[in-house]
Design a protein around this ligand. Structure first.
Ligand code: NAD
Length: 428
């Protein structure tokens, strides 16, 4: 399953090396932070509905927990690799540090395609993942959450298995739970809203009138849908969105010159974020190739699907009109493409800052679950806005003061915070 052509972990290490160089980190701290503290790889046997046993591969990587318990999602993806999980766990460490929440970085995954699994098979898979890891994760050590193709139901099955094994109630063990079962109001919206809170602040800073802007989005899942929702509420005009069509194993972009209505599009989208092509055309959408979302004459680009999407090859298709790229997805831009974007002076809101709203709200959920006391939605979203705004301003002020690229500034702030925590603990 390992994709040898693209290694996101090498990309994450390259980004870290750059930050380490800028911060003039000592060799031991570099050695410590370049690789995960711990990683688990295991098999999960599942008796399928047809009676056959199928073995799935599972992962959990804990990159660093000097600032607090590990935190990070679990992805279900047919092309999942250990290197993707390693990279994502490292990015989680920087993400928690950039928004200054007391958590470390971790990530997990299972190589599987939930499109082809019944609900019962998915439940067995979730419980199997926990059985393999029950001693190595927990509310005080490593707190999982949903991510690509996992949801609140998966989290609840995992919590139930964890509580059965440990014999007690531990609602703070996992986040992204259903509301009413320990979940936090606002979690569903948090990542997408967080992306747009940082965009709002960036536009203020760059003196761009958000209400006169247009935007194009890659992906139409949880992150993208809520980013579009807040963008529209603030008066922006989304004109293009892309998604993956499972049956064709191919992505398409959906374009409407004068802007589209989110509610209309949601009504023709399934829960995997897959838009019905024929119905979209009936609604007046132009159907374009999968990568066309990147080529539109818009002010704002939001890659919010997968990693490795803006590459050395595709970066030159970005229109001269684009002023801001807000990375909703993790690692959507390769280092090669990043150099071009930097030279062109496009304002990048890097992934681990732009999409940190999810983990911030997960942290809020953890706090609420541990206290068994839940906040109103407005309170949660208000706290989210405060955290995201502060984090954005910390990074942009540091970037302006030191004449740095936004990604470099974000890395320097985060890596410095984690390095200081490791030093304070006497690890290096
Ligand atoms: P999701 O599964 O809800 O949606 C993914 C969307 O991307 C779907 O619309 C799918 O059709 C589309 N897609 C997949 N492959 C595509 C391709 N090649 N071209 C175009 N579209 C494609 O996932 P999500 O939760 O929205 O997460 C999206 C990204 O954001 C991932 O990189 C994830 O790691 C990151 N992220 C998510 C959260 C969160 O809270 N959900 C938090 C931080 C980061």
């Amino acid at each position: 399953m390992e994709d040898t052509s693209y290694n996101p972990f090498m990309m994450a290490q390259k980004q870290f090396d750059n930050a380490a160089e800028l911060l003039e980190l000592d060799p031991a701290t570099r050695d410590l932070l370049r690789v995960p503290l711990r990683e688990y790889q295991f098999s999960i046997p599942v008796r399928m509905d047809d009676g056959q046993v199928k073995i799935f591969r599972g992962f959990r990587v804990q990159h660093n927990d000097a600032r607090g318990p590990g935190k990070g999602g679990i992805r279900f993806h047919p092309q999942e690799t250990i290197n993707t999980v390693r990279a994502l766990s490292m990015w989680m460490t920087w993400k928690c540090a950039v928004v200054d929440i007391p958590l470390g970085g971790a990530k997990g995954g299972i190589i599987c395609d939930p499109h082809n699994l019944s609900l019962l098979e998915q439940e067995k898979l979730c419980r199997g993942w926990i059985r393999q890891l029950a001693k190595n994760v927990g509310p005080l050590s490593d707190v999982p959450a949903p991510d690509v193709m996992t949801n609140s139901q998966h989290m609840l099955w995992m919590l139930d298995e964890y509580e059965t094994i440990h014999g007690g109630k531990y609602p703070g063990f996992i986040t992204g739970k259903p509301v009413g079962m320990g979940g936090s109001l606002g979690r569903t919206e948090a990542t997408g809203y967080g992306v747009m809170i940082t965009v709002r602040e960036a536009m203020k800073e760059l003196e761009i009138d958000l209400q006169k802007t247009t935007a194009s989005f890659q992906g139409f899942g949880n992150v993208s849908q809520h980013a579009i929702e807040l963008y529209q509420q603030m008066g922006g005009t989304p004109v293009c969105v892309s998604c993956w069509i499972q049956k064709e194993q191919k992505a398409y972009s959906f374009f409407k010159k004068d802007g589209f209505d989110l509610k209309q599009l949601l009504a023709i989208t399934n829960h995997f974020g897959e838009i019905d092509k024929a119905k979209a055309q009936d609604l007046g959408f132009e159907l374009l190739p999968g990568d066309a979302w990147l080529e539109q004459d818009v002010d704002l680009l939001v890659p919010a699907a997968l990693e490795n999407q803006i590459t050395g090859e595709s970066v030159n298709k970005i229109s001269q009109q684009v002023k801001i790229i807000a990375e909703g997805a993790n690692g959507p831009t390769t280092p090669e493409a990043d150099l071009v974007i930097k030279e062109r002076g496009i304002h990048v809101i890097p992934d681990f800052l732009a999409n940190a709203g999810g983990v911030t709200c997960s942290y809020f959920e953890q706090v609420q679950s541990n206290q068994n006391y839940y906040w109103a939605k407005e309170e949660t979203l208000g706290k989210l806005d405060q955290k995201m705004t502060t984090a954005y301003l910390d990074v942009s002020n540091f970037a302006t003061k030191n004449k740095l690229y936004m990604r470099d500034a974000a890395y320097m702030i985060s890596v410095d915070r984690v390095a200081k925590a490791c030093k304070a603990r006497g690890w290096v």
